[in-house]
Design a protein around this ligand. Structure first.
Ligand code: ARG
Length: 584
C-alpha cells in the first residue's frame, strides 16, 4: 500500500503539472507530515520554493495548486496558510477505508521491495579468545534490528559475524598454551572462556617481554598460515571454545548470524596486495606496504597511510576488510553492505572504503555504510565497569536484567494480590529483562553514548520496553475480557468520530513511512519512537473511548482499532527483536 506521504506527494505533483505544465513534473513536492496537528495532517511547502521559477507570488502559486488538486476523496479540507503553506486534513471515511485494507493483510500494508537485492549486515563480530564486551552487545542488538527490518522489507539479507579469529594473537596464545597447558590444544572443552582470556593476558605479557618466546609465537603464526595440522587443530579448538561462549549470548538474545571470520579471507589477502600494486597505489613506509589516504592527516598535516602489509609480511585488519569487501561484492553479490561497529572505527572504515574505491574494488552502484554507535556508560557517566572496576561480562549483565525484572514483577504481583505460576514469573521476567536491555539500546539515537541503568530501562512508565509491552497486554486484555476473537472482525464497518480514535488511526497508518525511513537511515530509534507514541495514543484512546461497553457500530469499530494497534505493536516490536507477552 502506498503510504499517505507518498499519496500526497503524488497528488501535489499531479496538481503542479496540471496547473503549470509538464516542466514541473520533476519538482520535489516538499510534502511532510505536519509537525503540529493544529495545521493538519500533511503539508506541502512547494509553493514557497517556486516564485522565482514561476514569477508569481507563493500564495498565488498555492492557490493554483489547490485548485488543481484532486483530493476530494481523501481530504476533509485543504487550507492555504501564511505565505503559501498548503495544509491537508484527512477525511475520516478515507482513513476508515485504508484501515479496512490493512486489516486483512498480515504485513499491515507494508510492501516488499522488488527485486529482493542482497544486503550484507556485518555485526556483532567479537574476537576469539577475548571476552565479548558491551560494544559487541550494542553491535549485536543494533545489527540484528537492522537485519530484521531489511528482511521484513524483503531484502535478501546475509547476516555476517566477522569474528576476529586470525592474526598474531593466535601464535602467541598457542605458543603459550603449548608450555603452560598443552591439554587445551588437544582436548575439546579443556578451557572455558574465562581461562582463555586470562591465558591470553599472560601470553601477551610473555610476548612483550621475552624475545625468544616472541620468535616461537611468530613461528606458530607461520605454521597456522601454512596450515600445519597440529597448530590448525589447536586453533580450531580455541575457536570452538569461544564460539560456544558467544552462542550462549546469541541464544539469550535470539540472534541468528552466520560466522565468517577474518580467517575466511586469508587466502584472498595476497591478491589484494596485487591489485593495489597494479593500480600503483602501494607505497613503502618504514618497510610496511601502505596506501596513502586523502583527507586523513596526522597532526603535522602529513597524509596518513592505510597499512596493508607489515614489515614481517603479515597482513592487517584493513587488508582483511578489503578482501571481505571484494568477496561480498563479487561472490555474495551484495548491493548494500552495512557495518555495525562502535564509532571509534569510523576512520578505519572510511579509509578502507576510500582505498577500495580507488582500487576499483567497489563500483558506484554499490552502497557501503558504516553504522557507528556510541559508548555504553555506567550511571556515573563513565565507561561501564563492574563495581570492582573490571569490564562487565555480558552474561552477567543480561542475567542481572532478568533478575531485576523478575524482582519487580514479584513486587507488582504481591501488591495486586495476584497469584501466578513459577513458569509465568520466569517467562515474564526473562522477556521483560531482555527486552528492556534491547529497547534501552535501540531507543537511543545510536550515534550518542548511552547510560546503562536497570532502573530506567525497567520502568513501567516512559519510553521503555515494559511500557510498550504493557500497552500490548492491554489490547489482549480487551479480547480476553470480551471473549473476542480479533480475527473475526474482518470486513466490519469502521466509524471514526472521537478525536482519540482519529489520532490513533492516523498514527497507525504511518508505520510504512517509518519503516522506510529506518531502512534508509538505519536509525532504529525512529521505530522505537513510533512504537512509543503508538502506545501512548492507544492508551489515550483506551482511556477516552469505551470499547466493550460501547454501542454498535462503535463497539466493533473500536475492537478493530484495538486489534490493529496490537498487531502494529507486535510487528514493530518483533522488528526490534522483542517478543510480546499476552499478560504481564
Ligand atoms: N572484531 C572487530 C572488533 O571487535 C569488529 C569487526 C567488524 N567488522 C569488520 N568487517 N571489520 O572490533
Amino acid at each position: 500500500m502506498q503510504s499517505l506521504l507518498e499519496v500526497f506527494k503524488q497528488k501535489v505533483q499531479e496538481a503542479l503539472v496540471t496547473g503549470f505544465g509538464a516542466e514541473l513534473a520533476n519538482t520535489d513536492p516538499l510534502v511532510t507530515p505536519s509537525t503540529n496537528p493544529k495545521f493538519g495532517d500533511y503539508q506541502s511547502n512547494v509553493a514557497l520554493s517556486l516564485p522565482k521559477k514561476l514569477k508569481q507570488a507563493p500564495r498565488k502559486i498555492a492557490e493554483t495548486i489547490v485548485a488543481n488538486l484532486n483530493v476530494a476523496d481523501i481530504c476533509e479540507t485543504v487550507e492555504i496558510a501564511g505565505p503559501g503553506f498548503i495544509n491537508f486534513i484527512l477525511k475520516p471515511g478515507y482513513l476508515a477505508n485504508l484501515l479496512s485494507e490493512i486489516q486483512g493483510d498480515v504485513r499491515l500494508g507494508i510492501e516488499r521491495v522488488q527485486p529482493a537485492s542482497k544486503v550484507v549486515v556485518d555485526f556483532s563480530s567479537p574476537n576469539i579468545a577475548k571476552e565479548m564486551h558491551v560494544g559487541h552487545l550494542r553491535s549485536t542488538i543494533i545489527g540484528d534490528c537492522i537485519a530484521r527490518i531489511l528482511e521484513f522489507r524483503g531484502y535478501d539479507v546475509l547476516r555476517l559475524n566477522h569474528v576476529g579469529d586470525w592474526g598474531t594473537q593466535f601464535g602467541m596464545l598457542i605458543a603459550y598454551l603449548r608450555e603452560a597447558y598443552p591439554e587445551a590444544l588437544t582436548t575439546a572443552n579443556a578451557l572455558d572462556i574465562g581461562d582463555l582470556v586470562s591465558f591470553y593476558k599472560k601470553a601477551k605479557a610473555r610476548f612483550d617481554q621475552d624475545a625468544e618466546f616472541k620468535e616461537t609465537a611468530r613461528q606458530e603464526v607461520v605454521k597456522l598460515q601454512a596450515g600445519a595440522e597440529d597448530t590448525r587443530h589447536a586453533w580450531q579448538l580455541l575457536c570452538d571454545q569461544s564460539r560456544r561462549e558467544f552462542q550462549v549470548i546469541y541464544e539469550i538474545l535470539d540472534i541468528k548470524i552466520t560466522e565468517r571470520g577474518e580467517s575466511f579471507y586469508n587466502p584472498f589477502l595476497p591478491e589484494i596486495i596485487n591489485i593495489l600494486e597494479t593500480q600503483n597505489l602501494l607505497e613503502e613506509d618504514a618497510g610496511a606496504k601502505c596506501v596513502f589516504l586523502e583527507g586523513f592527516t596526522n597532526k603535522d598535516g602529513d597524509p596518513l597511510p592505510l597499512i596493508v602489509q607489515k614489515t614481517d609480511g603479515g597482513f592487517n585488519y584493513a587488508t582483511t576488510d578489503l578482501a571481505a569487501l571484494k568477496y561480498r561484492i563479487e561472490q555474495d553479490n551484495a548491493k548494500r553492505i552495512i557495518y555495525v561497529t562502535d564509532a571509534g572505527q569510523a576512520n578505519h572504515f572510511a579509509a578502507v572504503f576510500q582505498v577500495a574505491e580507488k582500487a576499483g574494488i567497489f563500483p558506484d552502484k554499490i552502497e557501503v555504510v558504516h553504522v557507528p554507535f556510541g559508548l555504553v556508560l555506567g550511571e556515573d557517566g563513565k565507561k561501564l565497569k563492574t563495581r570492582s572496576g573490571e569490564t562487565v561480562k555480558l552474561k552477567d549483565l543480561l542475567d542481572e536484567a532478568v533478575t531485576e525484572a523478575t524482582r519487580d514483577l514479584k513486587d507488582r504481583l504481591e501488591q495486586d494480590n495476584r497469584e501466578e505460576s513459577i513458569e509465568f514469573i520466569n517467562k515474564v521476567g526473562q522477556v521483560i529483562g531482555i527486552s528492556a536491555v534491547k529497547y534501552a539500546d535501540l531507543s537511543q539515537n545510536r550515534t550518542t553514548d548511552y547510560k546503562f541503568s536497570y532502573d530506567k530501562m525497567l520502568a513501567l512508565k516512559g519510553n521503555t520496553a515494559p511500557y510498550l509491552l504493557y500497552a500490548y497486554v492491554r489490547t489482549q486484555g480487551i479480547s480476553r475480557k470480551g471473549n473476542i476473537d480479533f480475527s473475526h472482525l474482518q470486513g466490519a464497518k469502521i466509524v471514526l468520530e472521537e478525536a482519540a480514535e482519529l489520532i490513533l488511526v492516523k498514527h497507525l497508518l504511518k508505520l510504512g513511512e517509518v519503516i522506510q525511513e529506518v531502512e534508509r537511515d538505519l536509525l532504529p530509534n525512529r521505530l522505537c519512537q513510533y512504537l512509543f507514541e503508538l502506545s501512548q495514543k492507544f492508551n489515550q484512546f483506551f482511556e477516552n473511548c469505551p470499547v466493550l461497553q460501547a454501542e454498535e457500530p462503535q463497539r466493533t469499530s473500536r475492537l478493530i482499532l484495538a486489534d490493529l494497534s496490537a498487531r502494529t505493536l507486535k510487528l514493530g516490536l518483533s522488528l526490534l527483536g522483542i517478543e510480546v507477552l499476552e499478560r504481564m
